[in-house]
Design a protein around this ligand. Sequence first.
Ligand SMILES: [Fe+2]
Length: 531
Amino acid sequence: MKNKIITLVSAICFMLLLSENIFANVRYLRLAYRDDPSTTIVIGWSNDGTSTNAQVYYGDTDLGTAWDTYPNSHGIDTITSYRNLTNNFSRITGLTPNTIYYFVVKDDQGVSARYSFKTITDNPNDSLKFISGGDSRTGAPLIEPSDCRQRRQSGNMLVARIRPNFISFTGDCVFSENIIQVNQFWSDWFQDWTLTYGPDGRIAPVCVTFGNHEVTDDFRLLFDITNSDNHYALSFGGTLLRFYTLKSDENVSACDNAAQLSWFLDDLQTHTGNANEPFWKFVQYHIPMVPHGYYSPNQPQIDCWANNFQQYKIRLAMEGHTHVTKYTWPIIPSTDAGAEKGFIQDTINGTVYIGEGGWGAPLRTLYSPNGWTRDQGSFDAYQVVFVSKYRTEIKTAQFTNVSSVGQLTDSDPAWSLPSGISVWAPANGSTVVLTNPDVSGIETLHKMALNSRVYPNPATNTINIEFNTFTTDKKATVSIYNGMAKHMSSVAISDMSNTTKVNVSDLKSGAYFIYIKYGNTIDCHKIIITH
Ligand SMILES: [Fe+2]
């Protein structure tokens, strides 16, 4: 009997060993994006620095750990040594949208376990489900709770059960100012991230945001993000969603980061009023405009960003930092009577703000709600966001009883949540619904090539505007904006059948956006003025 037990225990141990990465020198796998989430992915992992000749072997059929039977392979594009980790990044391109890929990593020391990921659809008629949350740092010794890591782990385990298309992380992964422990903090964080993997090895990619506690960190070296200033944009589902990640900063006023602002406005204008227009634009950043606890409003951020959110129809802003949970009603920046802390409710044009962190970090006490606060609470949670072109729904998943929450699979409907999940049910309802008033207009835009032409580009003193077809009254309006979205001038066109000359000699050298409005159409052109 004793021998049978020993044999059984040995067999179980062997199976457990097989399921771990004991053969390949691979740990802390994480997936991210540098480019189109429908056709590319970044596979990142760490090792102890002794691994050589690592390759990712992958394909759309599950071939287990039989690495040499996978049809595709890709090596390491970049290796970083950072936070006492050797980080390897394999940037894979040419993938098929909306497809499950299975992969292993093989190096000179063996083969990893088999993992999988799913590319994002490129069809805006499909829907997406993503998790938005942040603030997973552990507490400061003695003065903050010591159970933060356990609570973070609960949230990570819940990710595996929810099985999102991707995760938007709104910052403050760890407490990086603690220079003595920061390396350990990152190892712990990546170790805990493995809890987000599904039981079948499914890994959801993460889009990271720079938080104030990452002030000494370089996310390029840990997640292979593209931009040294931590701002970037991705398109999910083709034209379904343009997703912006901004760097917020406690020490630098939002508009003082001129490079980020210029890039942001440029990208917004490139995706507004033309065939690039997505059905939705969302933004994530760490520090909230108006915190619902602990901190003061960030007036420079309100002044710099909120008007642009309104003008360019960013319908959802995801914030972190405060370690509480809130939904606002749709709001716009305002100083009118009835405005509160710089905002007023506007159901048609407003942005819904959600957040504000709480993925394990020490919870904070709430302020009294603002008039435009829909609901607020203080507990461990993140939001689950469901996106279709007509409708976006937001729910808040709390980290309670995670071990009894069911496990979603690929055969479950895209919008489902697992059984037994604890969904926050505040007074104004458990689901925030955003309906898209722009669907028909955007669908029209997608079918149209631009009907107008602006030349020369670059221009010096004069631009010419011509049209292929005309409205019945042949009238159009031209509005010129600079790269900071400041209106420079407008010109009325009385006869679209003729070439119209517009004097631009007064404009300084730089990039400008020409909006041409006629009938129900707005064409947008970017031009360069040089003197
Ligand atoms: Fe923070």
